[in-house]
Design a protein around this ligand. Structure first.
Ligand code: PLP
Length: 363
């Protein structure tokens, strides 16, 4: 028997410990721009909803409450123009990371089949593939998946690059996946954070052509509603795929706690806090980006999402060290794939005060 742990790489963030210690020694304290973890308060409307269902001795439904599923369908229609979704085809997840890590397992991807991921990608796509013994292939934008591909991950806006796939690029990616019979899982956790362009969902009729077969969209409330601490996400799309996921998750006890279901329902019903949070990130981005450029960095892509993908043409770890010397922690691009060797990822998720400190130190 081979336990899965040996098939997994070292946890990337553990390798940042020395640089974090170095950055922490700065007299003005650490500015942590390495992890995209929200720092602003959980919206009051969401906290109230959570507290309102504290007395819940019974098991919650794996499928979520009907109110949660309906609020999800309504939010996707209102916020992103996604139409034609049935409420039954919504499945809440315990944050989206667990779904990302377990999706190949839940879909029944077999050892030796291919899981295609973006050239520069959130590391958990690869982790999920490794957990089932699948082969990982990294695809550049526009590159078609090879025969034998069971699952294609898309991520627009991208973590780490902030790159947004155009409608045409999404259509082409869906067609290419369908040609080899692969499921498309589109990780859309940054969809509400478009700065220079408006990102499009894979479920938008202009992309799906009104056909949901083989399509899944993975969403998270962590960033849009500051709910990373609650663990709140969902997957939706092809009703038969979602039914299959629900079946396994019911058996496996992968259930979102009932108070969190209520919190998600409230968050999905309210767009005001999403807009307010987006404005906070926009203001931080407007300060950090010129400060980086004035310090000699080039910012690539980054037209949406929570990160600035930046380089000054040297090894990523050297750049991480340069920032750490100034008390700023950033993530090396190598966390996201070999193609990230000369970039670092700078998160917008710090308080206004910490962002101001970073800007000052970059001067
Ligand atoms: C691309 C991407 N997908 C999924 C996640 C997981 O988010 P969560 O588990 O908080 O929903 C993250 C978190 O940073 C991410 O960047």
């Amino acid at each position: 028997m081979t336990p899965p742990a040996p098939r997994l790489p070292e946890f990337p963030w553990d390798t940042l410990a020395d640089q974090a210690a170095r950055a922490r020694r700065h007299e003005g304290g650490l500015v942590d721009l390495s992890v995209g973890t929200p720092v602003d308060p959980v919206p009051a409307v969401v906290r109230e909803a959570l507290a309102s269902v504290a007395d819940q001795p019974g098991y919650p439904a794996t499928h979520g409450t009907p109110a949660l599923r309906e609020a999800t369908v309504a939010a996707l229609a209102r916020r992103f123009g996604v139409t034609g979704l049935a409420a039954d085809a919504v499945l809440p997840t315990i944050g989206s990371k667990e779904l990302v890590a377990w999706l190949p397992t839940l879909l029944g991807v077999r050892p030796g089949q291919v899981v295609a991921i973006p050239e520069l990608a959130y590391p958990t796509y690869e982790v999920g593939a490794r957990l089932v013994g699948a082969e990982v292939v990294r695809l550049a934008v526009g590159e078609a998946p090879p025969e034998g591909t069971a699952l294609v991950w898309l991520n627009s806006p991208s973590n780490p690059t902030g790159r947004v796939l155009s409608r045409d690029a999404l259509v082409a990616a869906v067609e290419a996946a369908r040609r080899v019979g692969a499921v498309v899982a589109s990780d859309e956790c940054y969809l509400s954070l478009g700065w220079e362009v408006e990102p499009v969902s894979v479920l938008h009729p202009s992309v799906s052509g009104g056909r949901l077969d083989g399509l899944l969209a993975v969403h998270s409330l962590s960033k849009s509603s500051n709910l990373a601490g609650y663990r709140a996400g969902f997957v939706t799309g092809d009703p038969s795929l979602v039914a299959g996921l629900l079946h396994v998750r019911k058996h496996a006890g992968m259930i979102v706690p009932r108070p969190v279901q209520a919190a998600m329902t409230a968050a999905l019903a309210d767009d005001e806090h999403v807009a307010a949070q987006k404005a906070l990130y926009a203001a931080r981005r407007d300060r950090l980006r010129p400060a980086l450029e004035a310090a000699g960095f080039k910012v690539d892509h980054s037209e949406a999402g929570l990160y600035l993908w930046t380089t000054r043409g040297e090894d990523a770890w050297e750049t991480v060290g340069w920032f750490a010397e100034r008390g700023i922690l950033v993530a090396p691009g190598t966390f996201y794939g070999p193609g990230g060797g000369q970039h670092v990822r700078v998160a917008l998720t710090a308080s206004d005060e910490r962002v101001a400190a970073a800007v000052e130190r970059l001067r």
